[in-house]
Write a protein that binds this ligand. Sequence first.
Ligand code: ATP
Length: 294
Amino acid sequence: MEPTAVNTRRHQKIVVIMGPTGAGKSRLSIDLATCYYNNSEIINSDKMQVYRGLDITTNKITMQERRGIRHHLLGSFDPTESVINPFNFRQFASEKITDIVSRGGLPVLVGGSNSFIYSLLAKNFDPKSDVFNRPDPVSSELRYKCCFIWVDVSFPVLDQYLCKRVDEMLGSGMLEELKEYFGSGQDLRVKRNGLGQAIGVPELEGYVKDGLKCEEMYEEAVRRIKDNTCQLGKRQVGKIVRLKKGGWNLNRIDATEVFKAVMTTDDGGGRVAEIWEKQVVETSVKIVKQFLDE
Ligand code: ATP
């Protein structure tokens, strides 16, 4: 890359929304984009959502929820052909940022894979090093001017919510989606170390292939899905803390009260929406506004 291009990139502003699965990152990105900065475009950095298919199982934001905001690297890759790793994510996402900036837009990076986020943003990214699983040093120098929003939820509350979310996903067609996935033989073509790893796929395989007959198998699979989702959330927070300790300037926003309200209120969303707006959206807007004004 030309030195001038590197210099320009260092001054490009991007917003990064990170946090554990279920914390409301997608929702926040849309709220920020629609209410305040309508030239924003979202780049997905969830490891499973980059692939086409299994939209319910991987919890992709729906078309309706996107509210017209342009999304990139979301359902973009054929899961039978590609396995996206941090190294190629860095290339794809850098290109997207360049395109968005050339249109005068604000890139908003949103997603749960911290290794994707790290590979894209670290100035000195070495694909052979692993800052999350080894004591390799975190690169505190970044390739872009970043405003980090870390949406966090305390664990007991997040765990409770994630279990509820798994039940809701099953209620909204996850099992039917996986029945089709295994029934059509897609599972045999999809890369096992890509989309084939999505939580729900290995856990429900036995039950679905057995013809959905055994209630005990189903219950065991659901228990494992809940367990694995909660563990994923904990691992993700561990990685975020690692980046913070490594010098990344992350603004942590505590959304615990929102999720407590989700678990206890039945008001059609009124109170929940109010707390979300006040404690998460308004705080984030202030942080992003200040960043953009700098
Ligand atoms: P990181 O990318 O942050 O280093 P990682 O490599 O463990 O961590 P994660 O994004 O944390 O990747 O995902 C780890 C695993 O969690 C995935 O391989 C998959 O099994 C599961 N997972 C992650 N995101 C999803 C999702 N949206 N839907 C289903 N399963 C997911």
